[in-house]
Unconditional design. Structure first.
Lengths: 283, 308, 320
């Protein structure tokens, strides 16, 4: 992607009002999650027995209410979001690395290897991989590394396809031939020449994959398969809240709204980026 | 057609065989067993149980036995629900899950397709933008947030619908879970339909239809809709998968006695046969969906032939 | 009163912030029973002119001017009003007959709906009429064609189906947009021969749009040459073919392949780049490619001036 294309894509992204607002919301939510708890007078672990299960606004000290143990819900939610974001960050790095690596190798090597690798992707995309993730996490316990790996293993298929296509077209250009002639190794060629050219679709798909990953992590945590106490992610908070629907509905609504807003803004930014960069498959 | 169906069904057997084999060994690979959960059993009872269920045999023998039973459509006894066979458990829960899932899928199609057509016809107008914004929202809201929120609003506040529970034949208990389950695929279908409809609306044959002086609804319904549905058909299998995953939480949140809980619970309890039964069930549903999609394709586009 | 009367029609689009002009002020009248050939390179606006007349342009097209058919204004008419005319009195056939037919509907259904819509025919009446129409365009095995899908027919058969469809409504005017370009030479000749017999049999006005002067030469009584969204010359066919007055027409006449002669992959066209909708011109749009261009041509746009034997838009027309 040319230098100018980046700034043009940025201009176009900023031109879409929806995407621009979504971007600001996304930024605000992420900053809130990262920095917010530090500014709050309440620590998430503090049990405030004077105000157990207080409704939002019912106590001046707890802006968005507390849970059954008197923990400040706002701080809990922000910390849960931080955990969710951290899992998403690691899992997307896993996912993008697999996607980039797999796609680049398939596209670069070509021939039978390529056909075989693409066939494998086809088979995988026919399977409901979420089941696989649930299965693995259930069977092999609450291992965080495993959680990251299995969540990350789901979102890379589309990216790999796109990267492969880009690699194929890049490979046909002369400068790759020149690099081969000058004796550069395959890995070096991929890193130096192919990856920079697939950067923009990679960014777009990362943005689109992150909300999926956050959703999957919340889903697993909701089922009790992901993040465990005393750690809490948005999913576990929502699961707790769903159990207190009658007595303390805000326990569901606060983390639920946060999660929905986060996913919505990420999705809208991703859509905006995809339109701005004008890359592949719509839907 | 008939012979095609039979061939496809026969072709599914190797796929199922691979799935069964992989799951069988994956489940056994996991640490723990069905009888060392919760409270420790005295070793002699434990050994007795393991013997009774054949778990003391070498793995390959167990595998062979399981396959032989499967060939006779016997999924074996459940390790956890001791008085039930897996077949009985599934037979009890499946109607509930099927009802929930089918309703959700139908709702997703019946609302999603017209919404997409509407947005395409109003391309770039505020109505289109609003519909698509709602669609992103629909794709975004997780069912495990939506269902409790709906229950809060319509169940606890307005008292229009029951919050949870199950009564055979009652529509009222189905409404909220079905809506929560249907929304993500519904929104996705609306987006897909809009996209493909926009493409079809630009196609030369649609111009011919307009030039023929046909009324608009006839152009949309007869000339545009079918080709626009091809990507939607392609999304059916992922939609079914998404509804199946969603039903795992929706059933438990709504207190519905479906099969959804068996997969996670079965795996947590190392209830080997139950997990295998559930995996087989889900795989079969997905394979049948794939078959249905292929038949749909030939109807949507007569140029597509059923291969071989 | 002319059957179709286009007056000062202008069409433009706003695409990515740029103004794209496809028709830059065209007036053209087609009389009852007349056969007009409309010639020009792709992008000259010849198809847009008639798509606009039938209300077939994309929604973002901006139009000015007037198009009257039998005295009724079509510009700005709503779909309901247009539907009373298009498909019955005024019909059009399109360039690529495969993509112009709906892939998932049988030929019989696609033909029949013209009559059920416009005439209120019953299904069986429509079927009988469709069969007759197929027989009329000399398609082989018309019975069988009714039950077939477009992809099961050959290119020539599909074009015949489109013609049959356009004739079903018993039109008084038929617009044929590149009706033979997608076909091979033999079929091309057959289709043109059919148009000839058709014109002999009934008083049907035909507008034949083509980039190929040879195709037009065979049928048209009058030939209109378009360039860069404007008419540059309009004259009786025999006169224009024998003595073109606009330098562009002259080049077209020189380049025209003979029917039945070797098929040319690309027309050995006028050197230089064909103008595009984004271009704007101070002087004559053809000046950059014109062998006879003088300084005046680049500064002042020549207007279409009507003389004894047709009209030409050139400061220095040939033979003057």
């Amino acid at each position: 992607m040319k230098e100018g294309a980046w700034s043009e894509a940025w201009t176009r992204l900023a031109a879409g009002r929806v995407a621009r607002i979504a971007f600001l919301i996304m930024l605000a939510l992420i900053l809130l999650a990262l920095l917010g708890p530090a500014f709050s007078p309440h620590a998430s672990a503090t049990l405030d027995w004077q105000s157990v299960a207080t409704a939002p606004g019912g106590s001046s000290r707890h802006w968005l209410g507390t849970d059954r143990l008197g923990r400040d819900l706002f701080v809990r939610t922000l910390e849960g979001a931080r955990v969710s974001l951290a899992v998403a960050a690691v899992a997307s790095v896993v996912s993008i690395s697999i996607g980039l690596g797999y796609g680049a190798v398939a596209g670069y090597v070509g021939g039978h290897t390529d056909r075989l690798m693409m066939r494998f992707i086809e088979i995988l995309s026919g399977l409901p991989l979420i089941f696989f993730v649930i299965f693995v996490t259930v069977l092999f316990g609450r291992n965080e590394v495993l959680l990251f790996l299995s969540i990350g293993a789901v979102g890379w298929l589309t990216l790999a396809r796109i990267v492969r296509g880009q690699t194929l077209s890049v490979r046909r250009r002369e400068f790759i031939e020149a690099a081969i002639v000058s004796g550069a190794s395959g890995a070096r060629i991929i890193v130096r020449h192919v990856l920079p050219n697939v950067a923009s679709p990679a960014i777009v798909y990362a943005t689109l994959a992150i909300p999926q990953i956050i959703l999957l992590e919340s889903f697993l945590s909701f089922l009790g398969l992901g993040i465990q106490e005393p750690q809490a992610s948005l999913g576990t908070l929502i699961a707790e809240g769903a159990g207190e629907l009658q007595s303390a509905p805000w326990m569901l609504l606060v983390p639920g709204t946060f999660l929905t807003l986060l996913l919505l803004s990420l999705n809208l930014v991703g859509d905006g980026l995809r339109d701005a960069f004008d890359v592949g498959e719509r839907g | 057609m008939m012979s095609y169906l039979l061939k496809r069904l026969a072709g599914a057997i190797p796929t199922l065989f691979i799935i069964v084999t992989l799951t069988f060994f994956l489940v056994r690979l996991a640490p723990g067993g069905p009888f060392d959960q919760a409270r420790r059993l005295p070793p002699d009872i434990s050994a007795h149980l393991e013997h009774a269920y054949g778990l003391d045999q070498p793995l390959l023998i167990q595998y062979a036995r399981y396959l032989r039973a499967l060939a006779h459509a016997d999924f074996g006894p459940s390790f956890r629900y001791r008085d039930f066979t897996v077949t009985e458990l599934i037979a009890q829960g499946l109607p509930v899950t099927l009802e929930l899932g089918t309703c959700a899928l139908l709702l997703a199609l019946v609302v999603g397709i017209p919404a997409g057509v509407f947005a395409a016809v109003r391309h770039d107008e505020p109505a289109d933008r609003l519909t698509m914004l709602l669609a992103v929202l629909g794709i975004t809201i997780p069912s495990f947030v939506l269902l409790p929120a709906l229950a809060l609003l319509f169940g606890l506040e307005l008292r229009w619908l029951p919050v949870a529970g199950w009564e055979p034949g009652s529509v009222r208990v189905l409404v909220l879970p079905v809506v929560a389950l249907a929304l993500p695929p519904l929104a996705y279908i609306a987006r897909l339909t809009r996209g493909s409809m926009l493409e079809v609306l630009r196609s030369p044959y649609l111009r011919t239809a307009v030039a023929k002086g046909l009324p608009r609804h006839r152009i949309l319904m007869r000339h545009a809709l079918r080709p626009a549905l091809i990507p939607v058909a392609g999304f059916l299998a992922p939609a079914v998968a998404s509804i199946m995953t969603g039903s795992l939480v929706v059933e438990s949140l709504a207190g519905m006695p479906g099969v959804g809980r068996y997969l996670v619970q079965g795996a947590l309890n190392r209830d080997y046969t139950l997990v295998m039964g559930m995996v087989l069930l889900y795989s079969t549903v997905l394979i049948l969906t794939g078959l249905l999609v292929d038949l749909l394709y030939t109807w949507l586009d007569p140029r597509i032939r059923l291969a071989r | 009163m002319a059957l179709l009367d286009i007056e000062s029609l202008e069409i433009h689009y706003e695409r990515a912030g740029r103004r794209v002009e496809t028709v830059r002020g065209v007036s053209l009248a087609v009389e009852k029973g007349e056969c007009v050939g409309l010639v020009g390179e792709s992008g000259s606006g010849k198809t847009q002119l008639f798509l606009a007349s039938l209300g077939l342009l994309p929604r973002d097209a901006r139009m000015q001017g007037s198009v009257r058919f039998e005295g009724h204004e079509l510009m700005g008419a709503d779909a309901r009003a247009l539907n009373r005319i298009r498909g019955s009195k005024l019909t059009m056939i399109f360039q690529d007959p495969l993509s112009a037919l709906t892939p998932h509907l049988r030929i019989g259904a696609q033909l029949g709906e013209v009559l059920t819509t416009h005439r209120g025919c019953s299904r069986s009446e429509a079927r009988a009429a469709a069969l007759a129409a197929l027989a009329r365009v000399q398609i082989s095995e018309p019975e069988r064609r009714l039950r077939q899908y477009p992809h099961e027919l050959s290119g020539g058969q599909r074009q015949r189906v489109l013609i049959a469809m356009a004739l079903l409504g018993d039109p008084c005017m038929l617009i044929a947009d590149e009706p033979t370009s997608a076909l091979d030479v033999t079929v091309q000749a057959q289709i043109l021969a059919f148009f000839e017999t058709l014109r002999a049999a009934q008083p049907l006005a035909i507008v034949l749009i083509s980039h190929d002067l040879a195709v037009v030469a065979r049928l048209a009584e009058r030939i209109v040459v378009m360039y860069a969204g404007r008419i540059v010359e309009s004259a009786p066919a025999a006169r224009l073919l024998a003595r073109p007055r606009h330098p562009y027409s002259e080049l077209l006449v020189q380049c025209a392949p003979k029917i039945g002669g070797p098929r040319l992959e690309r027309l050995p066209f006028v050197p230089g780049r064909a103008p595009r909708g984004e271009d704007s011109f101070v002087g004559c749009a053809f000046a950059p490619r014109c062998p006879r261009a003088a300084p005046r041509c680049r500064e002042e746009r020549p207007l279409l001036e009507t003389g004894r034997a047709g009209a030409v838009a050139c400061h220095f027309p040939i033979d003057s």
